[in-house]
Design a protein around this ligand. Structure first.
Ligand code: MN
Length: 138
């Protein structure tokens, strides 16, 4: 079964580019152009990874990440911020909001697919450790 990635990105061209790259790398894409739609899809579809644009109209990507972290149904989802500002400090802001990592835009089309695969693998490994720790504690 294909891994499913929720992409929250308001810019139609960026969304199309990211979708094309992910599909070319064998992923299935759930697109959302607003945080509100993204949060709803995250709840309903339990994707393997969320790629979250930081800059969105209305609720922004950081607020959306906090909302996902606050909901028991979605709190475990791996979330990677897509940050347009290659400014020092923005990455830390994304991590502080609850993102597991970040990728800066413009996207490097050659390495994007493998970076996404690495994030998913790392998230799965982390979850296994958590499950093992919980089992041990009990
Ligand atoms: Mn944006």
């Amino acid at each position: 079964m294909k891994l499913r990635i929720l992409v929250v990105e308001d810019n139609a061209l960026n969304l199309e580019l990211v979708t094309d790259l992910l599909e070319a790398n064998g992923f299935e894409v759930l697109p959302a152009q607003t945080a509100e739609v993204g949060i709803e899809l995250a709840r309903r579809c339990a994707p393997d990874l969320v790629l979250m644009d930081v800059s969105l109209p209305g609720l922004d990507g950081l607020a959306a990440t906090k909302a996902l972290r606050a909901n028991p149904e979605t709190r475990h989802l791996p979330i990677i911020a897509l940050t347009a500002h290659a400014m020092k400090g923005d990455e830390q802001v994304a991590l502080d909001a609850g993102c597991d990592g970040y990728l800066s835009k413009p996207i490097d089309t050659r390495s994007f697919g493998s970076k996404v695969a690495d994030f998913i693998a790392a998230a799965h490994a982390r979850r296994k450790v958590l499950v093992a720790a919980t089992h041990y504690a009990n």
